[in-house]
Write a protein that binds this ligand. Sequence first.
Ligand code: TRP
Ligand code: ZN
Length: 847
Amino acid sequence: MRDATPGQSDQTIFLSDYAPVPVTVSHVDLHFRLDPQATEVSARLTCRRQRPGDMVLNGEHLEMVSLAIDGTPLSDDAYTLTDTTLTLHDAPDAFLLETVARIAPAANKALEGLYMSGGMYCTQCEAEGFRRITWMLDRPDVMATYDVEIEADLPVLLSNGDEVSPGKWHDPWPKPTYLFALVAGNLVATSDSFVTMDGREVALNIWVRPGDEGRTGYAMDALKRSMAWDEKVYGRAYDLSVFNIVAVDDFNMGAMENKGLNIFNSKYVLASPETATDTDFALIEGIVAHEYFHNWTGNRITCRDWFQLCLKEGLTVFRDQQFSADMRGDAVQRIGDVLQLRARQFREDAGPLAHPVRPESFVEINNFYTATVYEKGAEVIGMLRTLVGADAYAKGCTLYFDRHDGQACTIEDWLACFEEVSGRDLSQFKLWYSQAGTPRVTLRDSFADGTYRIDLAQTLPDTPGQTDKAPMVIPLSFGLLDQSGKEIRPTEVFELSTAQDSVSVELAEKPVLSMLRGFSAPVILDRDQSDADRLILLASDTDPFNRWEAGRGLAKDRLLRAITEGAAFDDAWLDALSAVVQDEGADPAFRALALSLPSEDDLAQTLHAAGVVPDPDAIYITRRAAMLAIAEHLADVLTPLRDALRTPGAYDPNATDAGKRALSAALLRHLTLLDGGTASRAAYDAADNMTDRMAAFTCLLDAGDTTVADHFEADWKHDRLVMDKWFMAQVAHAAPGRAAVVAHALTNHADFDPSNPNRFRAVVGGLTAGNPAGFHAPDGSGYAFLADWLLKLDASNPQTAARMSTAFDTWRRYDADRQALIRAQLEAMAEADTSRDLAEMVNRMLG
Ligand code: TRP
Ligand code: ZN
């Protein structure tokens, strides 16, 4: 072998450096001889030269057993092998590359590549996990057909495509490595079938460990509804004779769209009324749809390189949001999506991790599976649809599918389809992909001499590596109401595309403006809105998103003034809130959303943006005080309202019943502040489903009940997914001063297994996301707890450690003492010998 230069593993990769491979692979033949300690992977790659240059294959954590070209072992000077690459010098124009690699799946705790979970073999190849299986061009622009043979003494052997004979699979659709999958184990299937719009029958299987087969019904139903929806709405049919889903306990993320063989975190497949909450059911529905929709947006048409990740993720999130809105109702879905966007993406955009929807550089691509790429990426698709209109959007999608089927594409390819069908120049719109940060739209309105005038200005804040940004195209949906709440101008879209602009309307009297209907653009609206206007919108707006938004504005205003000035909670607000909560004409799910206050982190984010240093304890205390004021105001109606919300008959996860349970739980939370837990105790004992049980359980924890946790544990000790809830709830609902202590104690529990990401996230995320005042405890105990566990986990699972480290990304918001405490933790992590994943995150956060 020729001399190897040491692998440079912490290099920055740039979008501008993209170059196609000199030698490509068109077919992959794989043979697996599975063994926990020594799996043998034999690969035969059909290679063809496209341009001059060495062929550089990726390969990591592989032991080389043999290497040959066209049947002849390679001479030492024909190749160079490093820890991360295999370089072939002077390869011929067309050849068969044969390698045999040895790997140890049982030792793989990173959960990337081939690993073992609960006794079964499974794979995770996105983004760059295939290189831990064998040497290959592990990049999305190399698309090949696959033949896979699995040898193992196990009953179920699965891979992508169609099964040719037991353990032998053929995938006729060319795909990149990241969509490869293999599963082998003692599994049982729930089976069903689906007939496509072109009349082909598809076998559907959900594979689980024996004992879990009773919990697959909802996921199967969601799958069939997803298949039908994609045919109806996007004209896309499934393209193989079988679609397999496998549930795996140890999984770094939610699920993975491997061609014909989706692999899921078991949390997003398994559900029964006794074990899963309404939220779990909704997430299962959305994620099953998301992974299924990737079959077209991601698999048939994939990404040229990882900078284009939003091409598949933003679009697929947009599609799953459309699907969920159709299944569950537009208004509540949109409010939920915007809550998520603000909580995760606006937060990211406002801190040191801000990056464009299409980043221009990265060190570790796993660190860019972010709220910005996913959620803001979906918002950008939604704005595109608003700007070109629903018809052109549909036509543009069809053109995209027709033109690019089988290709690895870029954002430019995608946008060109919409420019073509709409005749619109999208070059300014494209700035949404390259400029990071949340635009701030300042709005001032005035009325004089029969003219109503709205003045608008946009600014885009500086973000790491980006200053002096250009104005973007911001679609602002708005409508006007009169002072009695009657709509006088229906929704229209104003395109703000310059730094400043204005809209004028001739009117007899000053109207009430309903701006940014449906949250038509991911921006922060900066305006002085009167209570009077908000009350009219809350009572009467025809746009349900803005009805909710008006109520949220009132609540946020009160909370911020209580935090900064000690202002009391006024009856006008409490009356308006109780009116919505008691409005029997409104959807209970909507009423539950109206009753829930802005989160502690939302308040911290808003205070910081207004130039005020947030105090996590003051936020926590004030928020509790507001809830108590609401509870006292509603005292007489809490119980009768709850009684009226009872759903008759057996538990059903449908959205209507779920909405009633959500409102009932919100009322119970308020009632608990008044009765110390009496009603919650009764609700806990009476619960016949996990939604009601968890609601009562967390209320009792809030009330300081010291016995319920033990009861819960005794009932559910045997169930991993339910016990994740138990771990998380105790940390999230601990008094802030005790949160780190509780979290620490739980890490000593016999069932705390940090190598299981769900369990790790339950305890660590229970603190960082579930208990902000506890995480930010002034003594630094929360920070120390997080940093300790990140370093421990990083040694085996860098991907999840890096992801969880983002809890520190808001550190510059806080006071000097807290900043010093966090900085010390970040600096200690920067000094430690960590993974590329965690090191990149820590360096970016330190800035
Ligand atoms: N592509 C997957 C999705 O969005 C997510 C994903 C990316 C993933 N990397 C992963 C899942 C690693 C599990 C592990 O659906
Ligand atoms: Zn996805």
